[in-house]
Design a protein around this ligand. Sequence first.
Ligand code: PMP
Length: 392
Amino acid sequence: MWDADGNEYIDYIQGMGPNLFGHAPEFVSQQVAEDMRNGYIFAAQFERELEVAEMAAAAIPIEDCTVRFAGSGTEIVQLVLRLARGWTGKSKFIRFEGHYHGWMDSVNHSVHPPIDEAGDVDAPTPVGESAGMDPGAAAQAIPCQWNDIDRLEDAFERHRGEVAAVIMEPINANTNCIMPEPGYLEAAKELAHEHGALIIFDEVITGFRVAYGGAQEFLGITPDLATYAKSIAAGFPIAMLAGRRDIMDMLGSGEVYHGGSFNSNVMSIAAAHATLTHIKLQGDTFYADLNRRGERLIDGLHQVGMETETEIHVQVLGSVFGISFNRSGDVIRNYRDHATKCDDVRYAQFASEMMREGVRLSSNGRVHMSSAHTEEQIETTIEAARRALSRM
Ligand code: PMP
């Protein structure tokens, strides 16, 4: 990236995730330019849309899954919650502290709440993230601690018969890229089903990034419904819901309503087609390469952290990972761990020092690798981190 003054940066924000191939990959621009000659939006299905739907449905591990497109991650979460309520006839949903599902009033509670307002960990209080939110929305949201099956069980007990769904990021990319502990997702799915609730994976970040089949493929577990957006179309605005056919049929029949003027516009569908085709053509090597680059960067950051005796801490996969300044050295298991053990001010200082070095990091510590990052740029980044940390 180059800024207005001509300064050059190696960018690890990558549009907050969508830019799986870096900025403006030629094969995407070409496909979009070609397809848009036929028109931009039809309010009808078209051939390319069906091709993308079939490719995407084949990629997603949910058995006999069907898909539906929308414009953004926030919209697709609105749809998935409405569908879960329509299917179960119940209205509440369990969500987890530290997990982000868009800016809608219904889900914009307890994402990163101040700990002194978040209430008892046994029964957290919904804390709105913004002024102006509908106070009624909080009544439907049940915040809970992630990676903690006993607390999930308690939440179901406290709201027996009222819960339509459990929604979560299967890898908590919005807080430090926290992995689920072994067995946790399986136990959460079983518990949800025992209570007649659906399990929803929000794969807006992990979908088409951690593997072609997203976190489901990576972790070997399927939910009932899953949401996608960022990496499916290389930066073009599109989102997708995927799910069990029996549930999804409520959309097809119109029992659960879904609208949107710009759903499946030609440009976004063309970009999604180019994305999926490109990855498929590369086979297994695409994700192996992406991860290898990310792992080299993670190793390099840990190495310079030790050399400079700073508490820089990096969690998780090569394709997407979280940098924090973790005083305890412990693995971060949930949002409250992050809030009490990581120093966000120190991370902000690091990001600012890296910017001076020509490396652009996000304000929340999440790093998005792209296939456009070269090995040389990664080594340059590690050297930049060595200098930045030494100054700190
Ligand atoms: N879910 C997750 C997991 C996300 O990370 C985001 C966006 N960062 C959203 C939903 C909302 O997506 P959008 O910004 O496209 O509305």
